[in-house]
Every structure is written in structure tokens, then in C-alpha cells.
Design a protein around this ligand. Structure first.
Ligand code: SF4
Length: 295
């Protein structure tokens, strides 16, 4: 649910933080950070009306570069805490932000089950195809054969096809942007935040310090706007094929969206017919009598 702030809504400055950015020059985090703020401003969401949850990683340093309610979780565990918040208080939009290292290794189980559960939240993947914060180790999404700090002779494992996995889980929203196109990322994020259900947003992110293969220049050359070319985002099979095959060009935009699918909380029998939220209900519980048993 989107709560309108006022006629004019917040400004970009309302999301400003006094903390200095420590990302490398040319890092794609700068563009994604700007797009997130722009999307929230466009949706007239003030910092106190949205919850931003961060995993550990270079992107996670954004948690103190934005004003508002932010939660910086453990490595690979951003989705469970964000999903819990989304279930507890459905009136507040929840955005979880994680990197490809944590999301497709330590936290892959959480990602799998959040998509199939269709929790009502947005997940933004900062996909720079490596563990940047810990100095360039290979992730599951690093291209096979690339030389990385943990694979000086080239990554031996096959690259995980993340989009094939995501589409195997019957998603209700899948989009892909890239860090050099702030206008498109903003539009994608605004749509994702308003989507009912789990919105999976893959942001391909330049990491000039450690990713020497999918560079800003490579992304600029290969990414194209599939929606501008007439892609029908309601067609699951076409969307899956577009998302998975990046051999020649990389399709970006809103690749798939299913409307009207009930999200997790709407499927729960125990929540049906209730006007209140779990956050409202827990306020009615007096835990004093319970805790006295342990005094
Ligand atoms: Fe960005 Fe890569 Fe530097 Fe991390 S290491 S701040 S992802 S450029």
C-alpha cells in the first residue's frame, strides 16, 4: 500500500544523509542509490514511510547514505528480516537490497523461498558479479573462466543462470536495469514498489575495481530496453527466454509482471477477514503476566 505524503511530497534532499560516500569512483552503486531515492520521491514516499533493508556488501554501505528507516542485516539474511517486516506491517512498503554474492550463495535459500512465497516486498539485487567489499572474490554469478582474486587462473565453476532460477520459481514480477541508466532504473523501481507481491529487480552494476568483464562500457553496449522494443511483460514464456538468453544482447526493463496474484499474507487463512495488522494486534498483548513466570 502506498501512503501519500502530501500534495507536493518529499524532495531528494529529504533522503540526504550527512555520511560521505566511500564507494570507488565510477561504481554503479552511485547510480542505483540515486534511482532508489528518485523512485521514492516520485511515489511521494517520505523517508519515514518506507523501510529499506540492506545486506552486507559494498551496496550495504548505502544504509547510512540515506535518511529514513533502514536496517542493516547479516550477510545473506536481508530477505528474512525484510519479509518479516512486510508481513508484520503491510501498510509500510519494504525494500530489501542485496548483492549477488550473498543472495546467490549464503542467502540463496531465502531468495528461492521468498519468490515462491510471493512475499509483498521489493528485492533489489546489486549484481556486480563478484564480492566487491571483500576485494573481488568470485561469486556464483561471476562469468566462468574470469580471473578473480580467489580464482587467479579463471573461475572453474559454471556461472549460475540467475534468471533461469528466478523464472523456475513462478515469480510475479521480474525486471532488469543497469547502473548507467538512472531514468530506466527509477521507472523499474517505482513499478516494483507498487507491485503486489514479490518484485525481483536485477540491477546490473558496474564495479570498475574488480569486475573487468561486465564493465560500464560493456553494459552500455549490450543492454537494451525491451519494453521500448514492444516486449509484452505479461507473456511468461517470452519474458523467460528474453531474461535468460544474454548471449548477444541483454534485455532490460520490466520483463514480466503477473497482476492480481495474492501475496503471502493474503493466502494465510489466519489473516483472512482481519482489518488489523500483526503490529496492531501485538500492541494488545500484555506480556507482563507471561514474563512474571520467569522472575
Ligand atoms: Fe563499487 Fe566495486 Fe568499489 Fe565496491 S569494490 S565500491 S562495488 S567499484
Amino acid at each position: 500500500m502506498i501512503i501519500p505524503l502530501s500534495a507536493n511530497g518529499p524532495a531528494m534532499n529529504d533522503y540526504s544523509s550527512p555520511q560521505t560516500c566511500t564507494w570507488c569512483d565510477g561504481c554503479g552503486n552511485h547510480g542505483i542509490w540515486t534511482a532508489i531515492k528518485r523512485a521514492l520521491v516520485e511515489l511521494k514516499l517520505a523517508p519515514w514511510q518506507v523501510l529499506l533493508c540492506f545486506d552486507v556488501g559494498c551496496h550495504g554501505n548505502m544504509s547510512d547514505k540515506l535518511a529514513g528507516y533502514r536496517f542493516h542485516g547479516l550477510h545473506g539474511r536481508v530477505i528474512p528480516l525484510a519479509a518479516g517486516a512486510a508481513i508484520a506491517n503491510p501498510s509500510v512498503p519494504v525494500i530489501a537490497i542485496g548483492g549477488d554474492g550473498a543472495s546467490f550463495s549464503e542467502g540463496i535459500g531465502h531468495l528461492v523461498h521468498s519468490i515462491r512465497s510471493n512475499y509483498n516486498m521489493t528485492f533489489v539485487l546489486h549484481n556486480n558479479a563478484n564480492y566487491g567489499l571483500t576485494t573481488g572474490q568470485a561469486s556464483a554469478l561471476t562469468w566462468q573462466g574470469q580471473k578473480m582474486n580467489t580464482a587467479p587462473f579463471g573461475m572453474p565453476e559454471a556461472t549460475l543462470n540467475s534468471m533461469d532460477l528466478v523464472f523456475a520459481l513462478n515469480p510475479t514480477f521480474v525486471a532488469r536495469g543497469w547502473s548507467g541508466n538512472i531514468k530506466q532504473m527509477t521507472a523499474i523501481l517505482a513499478a516494483a514498489i507498487q507491485h503486489k507481491g514479490f518484485a525481483y529487480v536485477d540491477m546490473l552494476q558496474a564495479c570498475p575495481t574488480y569486475n573487468k568483464f561486465a564493465t560500464h562500457e560493456w553494459l552500455l553496449e549490450h543492454c537494451y530496453d525491451a519494453n521500448a522494443e514492444g516486449h509484452d511483460s505479461s507473456d511468461f514464456a517470452v519474458a523467460r527466454a528474453l531474461a535468460v538468453d544474454t548471449s548477444q544482447r541483454v534485455a532490460t526493463g520490466i520483463l514480466y509482471q503477473a497482476q492480481g496474484v495474492p501475496h503471502f499474507s493474503e493466502r494465510l487463512e489466519s489473516r483472512k477477514g482481519r482489518e488489523t495488522t500483526p503490529v496492531d494486534e501485538v500492541k494488545q498483548v500484555d506480556v507482563a503476566a507471561f514474563t512474571e513466570r520467569f522472575v
